[in-house]
Design a protein around this ligand. Structure first.
Ligand code: ZN
Ligand code: ZN
Length: 576
């Protein structure tokens, strides 16, 4: 009897495993079919992930196209509904959830959020053109030929884009003007320069030149049309505040977490208070070193501010900004190996480069992660050129990005933050988790690294660095507070300015930029704090699960092996 039961059990297990394998095999084939169809539907995105097949196509953003996007998503959701996730292995179950969420979000953006109608900055051929021009997926001549095919539709693209717009916001209109002006540099200078050094034959050259010229004219016309709207005093702009209902929906779509937006807002306020307390203690300790016998201000925030202002004069010059960040990347690479935090190949290339103009206007530094389909693709650490700013603005910016903050910035953007995570992302075997990058996982990871590196001795526990670390953490808390505040609680610009200046100790220039950014984005500013909160919670749970076998490097290696999936899903895999 016992033997019989055991046999039954074995048979049952074989069936389950067999089904699972079978289900997984079918699903792997499904993924391949699906992804190919997806990139055909969204050829511009396919360039940004390095899927080469549809580079020569360009979707024209008219009403008919957006309708095909909706029917595309609905059809694939139906197909997904016919696959039972119970028959899939844990890894594919998560990919299944990611796909379902992506398709639902794609529908929601068009049908409910309608962002294609009110955000003119969505229409910009700059970043895909730049990617085709700079990514080494093929020799320059071939890339220029592909670009020539892609750009032949530029005129139709911009004309349709303008027709699609329906009461855009003033802020997105302004942003679009700036970013498209940035893109013009590509068409008017960078591309003609590339053609000169290419080996294209005369006919191809001429065709390409005509197409570039036509694209450049189309962009200029689009900019002019937007400027006309901006100058029209009677134009009824849409408000940039999206309201709590849409905000909550977008929060769930984009972040994928068990927290609600309101819970995260509450948590961010708590952490803000915690940071203030820690900073006050550090500032008290450092007071005599920097301020001598100067009497301490009675107000604790003022005391912290005075000290931060004093320490912030230690900064590089605009001309040295680039070289400093370049050197830091090397130091950080060495550190993570010496401290045994990662199995990271320090010879992996990370290129530090000047910020491409079309993406400028918003940040001081940023990262571009490698294209998931291009195994030779490398990450870029983009650095703004501060020498073009007026001396006063540059000084302001550099006090914000003083010597200590710069170290935290490089941890965040480069190593072990975005650039390094991007390298791990490209090693992930499941393309779904690599291409549908969850923003909260990526930003949460970079934020997690800031604290993890300091805890492991980066900066030798210097109280100055910790003080600046808390200042930087305040930025993440305040990102949540102002994002939720502006969109859901009607925060005024004055209220946000007071918050950032007096409670987060930010410089005027930074405050101005942050406010503008908050008006042209929604939820994205919550991704840093929310993602990091989820990662720290996961690390705690993992510590308990592994007990005496807990090892930080192992946690990192495991966590990063799942691509850029939502932390909530990675948690399901790591805590089995
Ligand atoms: Zn200075
Ligand atoms: Zn980041």
């Amino acid at each position: 009897m016992k033997k019989f039961l055991l046999l039954l059990f074995i048979l049952a297990s074989i069936t389950v495993i067999g089904q699972s394998n079978n289900g997984d095999k079918t699903f792997d084939r499904f993924k391949e079919r699906f992804m190919d169809a997806y990139w055909k539907q969204y050829p511009s995105y396919s360039i940004l992930v390095g899927y080469g097949k549809y580079y020569d196509e360009l979707a024209i953003p008219d009403a008919a196209y957006f309708n095909t996007c909706i029917s595309f998503s609905k059809a694939w959701l139906d197909t997904l509904a016919n696959i039972s996730p119970e028959r899939l292995g844990a890894n594919n179950k998560i990919s299944y959830n990611i796909l379902q969420n992506q398709l639902k979000t794609d529908i929601w953006e068009i049908e409910v959020f309608k962002i294609h109608e009110w955000d003119p900055s969505r229409y910009n051929l700059g970043s895909e053109t730049y990617t085709l021009l700079t990514e080494p997926f093929a020799p320059l001549d071939d890339r220029l030929k592909i670009l020539s095919e892609h750009l032949q539709f530029a005129d139709a693209f911009y004309k349709a884009a303008f027709k699609t717009l329906l009461h855009p916001t003033r802020e997105h209109t302004q942003l679009s003007i700036e970013q498209n002006e940035g893109a013009l540099g590509l068409f008017d200078v960078m591309l003609p320069d590339s053609i000169k050094v290419s080996g294209l034959d005369a006919v191809s050259k001429e065709t390409l030149q005509l197409r570039i010229k036509s694209a450049s004219i189309a962009i200029k016309d689009y900019i002019e049309a937007l400027k006309k709207i901006n100058a029209d005093n009677n134009y009824s702009f849409r408000s940039y505040r999206i309201g709590e209902k849409l905000f909550n929906q977008k929060f769930q779509n984009d972040i994928v977490t068990d927290f609600t937006a309101k819970e995260i807002f509450r948590k961010a306020n708590e952490v803000k208070t915690y940071c203030h307390r820690e900073m006050y203690q550090l500032a008290n300790k450092l007071w005599s070193k920097y301020c001598g016998s100067l009497p301490k201000p009675p107000d604790s925030l003022l005391l912290v501010k005075t000290l931060i202002d004093t320490i912030s004069v230690h900064h590089v010059s605009p001309a040295n900004f680039f070289d400093t960040l370049n050197r830091q990347v090397q130091d950080l690479k060495n550190f993570v190996i010496v401290k045994d935090l990662f199995d990271f190949d320090t010879f992996s290339t990370i290129i530090v480069r000047k910020m491409p103009a079309f993406s400028g206007g918003i940040s001081t530094a940023s990262a571009n992660t490698p294209l998931p389909y291009q195994k030779l693709s490398v990450p870029y650490y983009n650095v703004a050129d501060l020498t073009v700013l007026s001396p006063a603005r540059a000084e302001n910016r550099l006090r914000e990005y003083n010597n200590y903050i710069l170290e935290i910035l490089s941890i965040h953007e480069a190593v072990p933050g975005h650039c390094m995570q991007g390298i791990y992302n490209n090693k992930s075997t499941d393309i779904i988790k690599a291409v549908f990058r969850n923003g909260a996982m990526a930003e949460g990871w970079a934020v997690y690294c800031q604290q993890m590196m300091l805890e492991n001795g980066w900066g030798n526990n210097s109280p100055e660095l910790w003080l600046m670390f808390y200042k930087w953490s305040l930025r993440e808390c305040c990102n949540v507070i102002l994002d939720f505040g502006i969109h859901c609680l009607d925060y005024s610009k004055e209220k946000v300015t007071t918050l950032l200046k007096y409670e987060a100790f930010q410089q005027d220039d930074e405050v101005e930029k942050k406010y503008f950014r908050a008006t042209v984005s929604q939820v994205q500013l919550c991704s840093y704090f929310t993602g990091a909160t989820d990662i720290f919670a996961l690390r705690e749970a993992y510590k308990i699960q592994t007990g005496s076998k807990y090892n930080l490097k192992e946690f990192h290696e495991k966590f990063l092996s799942y691509g850029t999936a939502p932390v909530k899903f990675i948690r399901q895999l790591m805590l089995r």
